[in-house]
Design a protein around this ligand. Structure first.
Ligand code: ATP
Ligand code: MG
Length: 144
């Protein structure tokens, strides 16, 4: 059975353009419960660790520089089928290929500065939520 939570980031760019409010409104309008939320500055260590799976890619250095260029919002979203439903709401990685009405179509600047992150599996959602939030920092509708 699909899990009920996912981890998300509102990336620099979207934060500096004052899109936090509009993006959170879209998330709520699509039936997600916000179970945890904070505005933080990622340091190089955490950004490299978070995107470690991409460390061999040609865009890795640029991606880490971008992700540490200003504050980000990190949070936990809850809903039945959270991972897949939130990835659908985000839209394609490249906003030029994203469907109308998706967050990336509305708020992304380009394939790198693409407004938001969302976990790609229940397993990674668990790892990413635990990377940024302790249990006492969450207000869950699904868990104790
Ligand atoms: P995310 O993991 O941030 O939710 P995603 O799963 O849609 O995005 P990934 O393939 O995991 O896409 O890439 C991670 C991030 O790396 C992208 O969101 C984007 O910021 C950046 N990225 C991906 N592909 C490219 C590329 N070809 N050029 C520049 N940046 C890229
Ligand atoms: Mg990804």
């Amino acid at each position: 059975m699909a899990g009920t939570k996912t981890f998300f980031i509102i990336k620099p760019g979207a934060v500096s353009h004052e899109y936090i409010g509009p993006i959170l409104a879209k998330i709520n309008a699509n039936g997600f419960h916000i179970a945890a939320l904070k505005l933080i500055q990622l340091d190089r260590y955490h950004a490299e660790h978070f995107y470690a799976v991409h460390h061999e890619k040609p865009f890795f250095e640029s991606l880490v520089t971008f992700m540490t260029s200003g504050p980000v919002v990190v949070g936990i979203l809850e809903k039945e089928n959270a991972v897949a439903d939130y990835r659908k709401l985000m839209g394609a990685t490249d906003p030029a290929k994203a469907e109308e009405g998706t967050i990336r179509k509305l708020f992304a600047e380009n394939i790198e500065r693409n407004a938001v992150h969302g976990s790609d599996s229940d397993e990674n959602a668990e790892i990413e939520c635990n990377f940024f939030f302790s249990k006492s920092e969450r207000y869950s509708k699904f868990e104790d």
